[in-house]
Design a protein around this ligand. Structure first.
Ligand code: HEM
Length: 140
Protein backbone atom coordinates (compact mmCIF):
# COMPACT_ATOMS: atom_id res chain seq x y z
CA UNK A 1 0.00 0.00 0.00
CA UNK A 2 1.22 3.48 -0.79
CA UNK A 3 2.85 5.26 2.14
CA UNK A 4 0.76 8.40 1.67
CA UNK A 5 -2.45 6.36 1.82
CA UNK A 6 -1.46 4.74 5.13
CA UNK A 7 -0.37 8.10 6.59
CA UNK A 8 -3.59 9.82 5.49
CA UNK A 9 -5.77 7.02 6.81
CA UNK A 10 -4.01 7.06 10.19
CA UNK A 11 -4.24 10.86 10.22
CA UNK A 12 -8.02 10.70 9.81
CA UNK A 13 -8.34 8.20 12.68
CA UNK A 14 -5.97 10.10 15.00
CA UNK A 15 -7.78 13.39 14.20
CA UNK A 16 -11.03 11.84 15.47
CA UNK A 17 -9.24 10.67 18.65
CA UNK A 18 -7.82 14.21 19.10
CA UNK A 19 -11.24 15.80 18.65
CA UNK A 20 -12.76 13.40 21.20
CA UNK A 21 -9.91 13.81 23.71
CA UNK A 22 -9.98 17.63 23.36
CA UNK A 23 -13.72 17.73 24.05
CA UNK A 24 -13.19 15.31 26.96
CA UNK A 25 -10.50 17.49 28.57
CA UNK A 26 -12.73 20.56 28.20
CA UNK A 27 -15.77 18.77 29.67
CA UNK A 28 -13.84 17.15 32.55
CA UNK A 29 -12.49 20.55 33.54
CA UNK A 30 -9.82 18.98 35.75
CA UNK A 31 -12.03 16.18 37.12
CA UNK A 32 -11.19 12.45 37.12
CA UNK A 33 -13.20 10.02 34.96
CA UNK A 34 -13.87 6.27 34.87
CA UNK A 35 -11.64 5.81 37.90
CA UNK A 36 -8.69 7.39 36.08
CA UNK A 37 -7.01 10.61 37.22
CA UNK A 38 -7.42 13.72 35.08
CA UNK A 39 -3.67 13.62 34.45
CA UNK A 40 -4.14 10.22 32.75
CA UNK A 41 -6.61 11.66 30.21
CA UNK A 42 -4.38 14.66 29.52
CA UNK A 43 -1.34 12.35 29.10
CA UNK A 44 -3.34 10.20 26.65
CA UNK A 45 -4.30 13.36 24.73
CA UNK A 46 -0.64 14.45 24.62
CA UNK A 47 0.55 11.00 23.42
CA UNK A 48 -1.97 10.99 20.56
CA UNK A 49 -1.04 14.65 19.95
CA UNK A 50 2.61 13.65 19.48
CA UNK A 51 1.50 10.86 17.13
CA UNK A 52 -0.56 13.40 15.18
CA UNK A 53 2.42 15.78 14.95
CA UNK A 54 4.53 12.93 13.47
CA UNK A 55 1.76 12.06 11.00
CA UNK A 56 1.26 15.72 9.94
CA UNK A 57 5.02 15.95 9.36
CA UNK A 58 4.96 12.75 7.26
CA UNK A 59 1.87 14.04 5.39
CA UNK A 60 3.65 17.28 4.45
CA UNK A 61 6.86 15.46 3.65
CA UNK A 62 5.17 12.97 1.31
CA UNK A 63 3.03 15.61 -0.38
CA UNK A 64 5.73 18.17 -0.82
CA UNK A 65 8.57 15.77 -1.59
CA UNK A 66 11.96 17.12 -0.58
CA UNK A 67 12.17 19.16 2.60
CA UNK A 68 14.29 21.73 0.78
CA UNK A 69 11.37 22.42 -1.59
CA UNK A 70 8.86 22.99 1.22
CA UNK A 71 9.31 26.73 1.60
CA UNK A 72 9.11 27.37 -2.15
CA UNK A 73 6.02 25.19 -2.47
CA UNK A 74 4.50 26.82 0.60
CA UNK A 75 5.12 30.34 -0.73
CA UNK A 76 3.82 29.46 -4.20
CA UNK A 77 0.64 27.82 -2.97
CA UNK A 78 -2.33 30.06 -3.69
CA UNK A 79 -4.55 28.13 -1.30
CA UNK A 80 -4.89 30.37 1.77
CA UNK A 81 -6.63 27.64 3.78
CA UNK A 82 -3.72 25.22 3.28
CA UNK A 83 -1.28 27.96 4.25
CA UNK A 84 -3.28 28.77 7.40
CA UNK A 85 -3.39 25.05 8.20
CA UNK A 86 0.40 24.65 8.00
CA UNK A 87 0.96 27.68 10.27
CA UNK A 88 -1.76 26.63 12.72
CA UNK A 89 -0.39 23.07 12.90
CA UNK A 90 2.99 24.45 13.97
CA UNK A 91 1.33 26.70 16.57
CA UNK A 92 -0.91 23.85 17.83
CA UNK A 93 1.94 21.37 18.22
CA UNK A 94 4.48 23.78 19.72
CA UNK A 95 1.93 25.14 22.21
CA UNK A 96 0.95 21.50 22.96
CA UNK A 97 4.53 20.64 23.87
CA UNK A 98 4.74 23.79 26.03
CA UNK A 99 1.43 22.80 27.69
CA UNK A 100 2.89 19.39 28.65
CA UNK A 101 5.54 21.20 30.65
CA UNK A 102 3.17 23.69 32.34
CA UNK A 103 0.38 21.16 32.99
CA UNK A 104 2.57 18.46 34.54
CA UNK A 105 4.51 20.92 36.69
CA UNK A 106 1.83 23.37 37.86
CA UNK A 107 -1.53 22.18 36.52
CA UNK A 108 -3.89 23.84 34.08
CA UNK A 109 -2.85 27.36 33.17
CA UNK A 110 -2.98 30.04 30.46
CA UNK A 111 -0.55 28.17 28.17
CA UNK A 112 -2.92 25.17 28.12
CA UNK A 113 -5.93 27.46 27.62
CA UNK A 114 -4.39 29.26 24.65
CA UNK A 115 -3.13 25.94 23.21
CA UNK A 116 -6.62 24.41 23.48
CA UNK A 117 -8.29 27.24 21.56
CA UNK A 118 -5.69 27.52 18.77
CA UNK A 119 -5.40 23.74 18.38
CA UNK A 120 -9.18 23.40 18.08
CA UNK A 121 -9.21 26.02 15.28
CA UNK A 122 -6.45 23.97 13.60
CA UNK A 123 -8.42 20.74 13.97
CA UNK A 124 -11.68 22.25 12.65
CA UNK A 125 -9.95 23.71 9.55
CA UNK A 126 -8.12 20.36 9.19
CA UNK A 127 -11.44 18.48 9.17
CA UNK A 128 -12.66 20.85 6.42
CA UNK A 129 -9.42 20.19 4.47
CA UNK A 130 -10.10 16.43 4.86
CA UNK A 131 -13.80 16.56 3.87
CA UNK A 132 -12.95 18.55 0.72
CA UNK A 133 -10.60 15.74 -0.33
CA UNK A 134 -12.54 12.74 0.94
CA UNK A 135 -12.97 11.27 -2.57
CA UNK A 136 -9.17 10.77 -2.68
CA UNK A 137 -9.51 7.93 -0.14
CA UNK A 138 -11.80 5.94 -2.45
CA UNK A 139 -9.85 6.41 -5.68
CA UNK A 140 -7.40 3.58 -4.87
C1 HEM B 1 -5.18 18.40 16.96
C2 HEM B 1 -4.36 18.80 17.87
C3 HEM B 1 -4.80 19.22 19.25
C4 HEM B 1 -6.00 19.71 19.70
C5 HEM B 1 -7.26 19.97 18.91
C6 HEM B 1 -5.86 19.97 21.11
C7 HEM B 1 -6.84 20.51 21.93
C8 HEM B 1 -6.74 20.72 23.28
C9 HEM B 1 -7.76 21.27 24.15
C10 HEM B 1 -9.14 21.75 23.68
C11 HEM B 1 -7.27 21.31 25.40
C12 HEM B 1 -8.01 21.82 26.68
C13 HEM B 1 -7.51 23.22 27.03
C14 HEM B 1 -8.19 23.76 28.26
O1 HEM B 1 -8.49 23.01 29.18
O2 HEM B 1 -8.44 24.97 28.31
C15 HEM B 1 -5.93 20.77 25.36
C16 HEM B 1 -5.11 20.64 26.44
C17 HEM B 1 -3.86 20.07 26.42
N1 HEM B 1 -3.18 19.61 25.30
FE1 HEM B 1 -3.88 19.61 23.40
N2 HEM B 1 -4.59 19.62 21.50
C18 HEM B 1 -3.91 19.16 20.39
C19 HEM B 1 -2.62 18.72 20.34
C20 HEM B 1 -1.79 18.56 21.43
C21 HEM B 1 -0.42 18.12 21.38
C22 HEM B 1 0.35 17.81 20.11
C23 HEM B 1 0.03 18.08 22.66
C24 HEM B 1 1.38 17.71 23.19
C25 HEM B 1 2.32 17.17 22.51
C26 HEM B 1 -1.05 18.51 23.53
C27 HEM B 1 -0.98 18.61 24.89
C28 HEM B 1 -1.95 19.14 25.71
C29 HEM B 1 -1.83 19.31 27.14
C30 HEM B 1 -0.61 18.92 27.98
C31 HEM B 1 -3.03 19.89 27.59
C32 HEM B 1 -3.41 20.29 29.03
C33 HEM B 1 -3.07 21.77 29.19
C34 HEM B 1 -3.66 22.40 30.42
O3 HEM B 1 -4.75 22.02 30.85
O4 HEM B 1 -3.01 23.34 30.92
N3 HEM B 1 -2.14 18.80 22.74
N4 HEM B 1 -5.62 20.44 24.05
Amino acid sequence: MKKLYVVNLLLAVVAIVMLASSILIEVLHGADWLGMANHFWVALHAIFGILMAILVFAHLRLNWARVSAWLTRFKKSSNKVTKALVILSIVAFISGFAAIFTFFTSGHGPVGGIHGKLALVFLIIGIGHFIKRIKWYFKK
